[in-house]
Design a binder for this molecule. Structure first.
Ligand SMILES: Cc1ncc(COP(=O)(O)O)c(C=O)c1O
Length: 443
């Protein structure tokens, strides 16, 4: 499959029928950007059920690092499925969970002893981290960030603070969670400017939480996203995490780095936190880990894993087929040098998007690392007023013209293509998206 091709205006007849039936038979709790109905795909090109072809800027929401249906992963899945599809690592043993654990220990930052726990989803890794850190520290509270997204199960959603709809109607949530401002310099919550601010947002935690109403010796863990994902692809400024980690260390608070969206090479390094020169105590991995099969991992400093047998487990976690897919994914990322590709194509996309930002009044801020890039759409550069209608128009225009892209945060275009994307395909996609920006800017 090559390039884009729109045969019928999407959604075509087949897509419409599937969407209608989905609405009739499935839970309405899911919010989608536009009715793209996939039939199949290869690499960074996808085909819908009406025969239209698209360039993929979503990677199934930062999951398909190797693109759709990558041969090495398909082969690994087939081969393992013939041997055994399941045999509960909660009660028995098999070898590949050890092979993958060793790989994860190798590629995650920190040259200290580590241990791995497997789950099925990002939220499950977050739940495990909540329980592990509470158990180990014997402390009840947590810190998380405004704008954070950590998942939708009861514990994970208590740490989440990115959209009211995610929490509305579900209280009471987990008690003891305090949210603090994320270092979102384009919209600094303190109306300060970096670097003159001296990273006041860290001092704020000390002066207003720790010295007033959140005894730090009651805080088990701080959950961070190294780059905020659902919150709008927000990149902290240099020095932020060094100062934040020091405050946590001074108070013996465990730092849990949620790399569910940013990890596995997306930013040009295995884990996004490596850009900031700090080493978290716990790292959470999911999404791209097994190229789309459900698998998550919690990789922790070994000494934190003091929870006893019987305290935490799951039937499907560490499923042997998903684990084989993960081993093949890591191997292929290495063989194809995809960290380098993410950096190279990411640099190209960033340059082009910065040029687009210069030219178009409704593009307020472009930021990112590697192939995790956000372009925030605003009413105009001076007011910086978020422009969700504009962002939605651009995304819809792109879809209708053969490029799959979604938003993050209130009005940010979210670029998260497969790590195998070429500069040529990225250029084609950006040509279409720039036309969409022009159109949206007319109103
Ligand atoms: C940073 C982060 N953490 C956790 C999750 C939850 O993962 P899942 O949807 O697999 O439960 C997500 C999902 O988008 C995420 O981006």
């Amino acid at each position: 499959m090559q390039g884009t091709k729109i045969r019928v205006e999407p959604p075509g007849e087949k897509a419409k029928k599937i969407v209608e039936e989905t609405q009739k038979y499935l839970s309405p709790s899911i919010q989608r950007n536009y009715p793209f109905v996939i039939k199949q795909g290869k690499g960074a090109i996808l085909e819908d059920v009406d025969g239209n072809r698209y360039i993929d800027m979503n990677a199934g929401i930062a999951v398909l690092a190797l693109g759709t249906a990558p041969d090495p992963v398909v082969k690994a899945i087939e081969s393992q499925a013939r041997k055994f599809i399941h045999y509960s690592y909660t009660d028995f043993y098999y070898e590949n969970i050890v092979t993958l654990a060793k790989e994860l220990i190798k590629i995650t930052p920190g040259r200290f002893e580590k241990k791995v726990y497997y789950g099925n989803s990002g939220a499950e890794a977050v739940e495990a981290a909540i329980k592990l850190t509470r158990y180990h520290s014997k402390r009840p509270r947590f810190l998380a960030f405004i704008g954070a997204f950590h998942g939708r199960t009861m514990g994970a959603v208590s740490l989440t603070a990115s959209k009211p709809a995610q929490v509305r109607g579900f209280s009471p949530l987990l008690s003891g969670v305090e949210h603090v401002p994320y270092p979102y310099c384009y919209r600094c919550p303190f109306h300060m400017s970096y670097p003159e601010c001296n990273l006041y947002c860290v001092d704020y935690i000390k002066e207003n939480l720790f010295q007033k109403y959140v005894p730090p010796d009651e805080v088990a863990a701080a959950f961070i996203e190294p780059i905020q994902g659902e919150g709008g692809y927000v990149v902290p400024p240099d020095g932020y995490f060094k100062k934040f980690f020091k405050l946590m260390k001074d108070n013996e608070i465990i730092v849990v780095d949620d790399e569910v969206q940013a990890g596995m090479g997306r930013t040009g390094k295995w884990f996004a936190i490596e850009h900031f020169g700090v080493e978290p105590d716990v790292i959470l991995v999911a999404k791209a880990l097994a190229s789309g099969l459900p698998l998550s991992a919690l990789v922790s400093r070994a000494e934190l894993m003091s929870w006893p047998p019987g305290s935490h487990a799951t039937t499907f976690g560490g499923n042997p087929v998903a684990v084989e897919a993960a081993i093949a994914t890591i191997d292929t990322i290495r063989k194809m040098k995809l960290l380098d590709n993410a950096e190279k194509v990411g640099a190209y996309m960033m340059k082009r998007l910065k040029e687009i930002e210069e030219k178009h009044e409704i593009v307020g801020d472009v930021r990112g690392k590697g192939l995790m890039i956000g372009a925030e759409i605003v009413k105009n550069k001076k007011s910086k007023e978020p422009n969700p209608a504009g962002a939605n128009k651009i995304v819809e225009y792109s879809w209708k013209h053969g490029v799959l892209l979604i938003t993050a945060g209130i009005s940010t275009l979210r670029f998260a293509p497969p790590l195998i994307i070429t500069e040529d395909l990225a250029e084609k996609a950006l040509d279409v998206i720039e036309e969409g920006i022009k159109e949206a800017g007319k109103n």
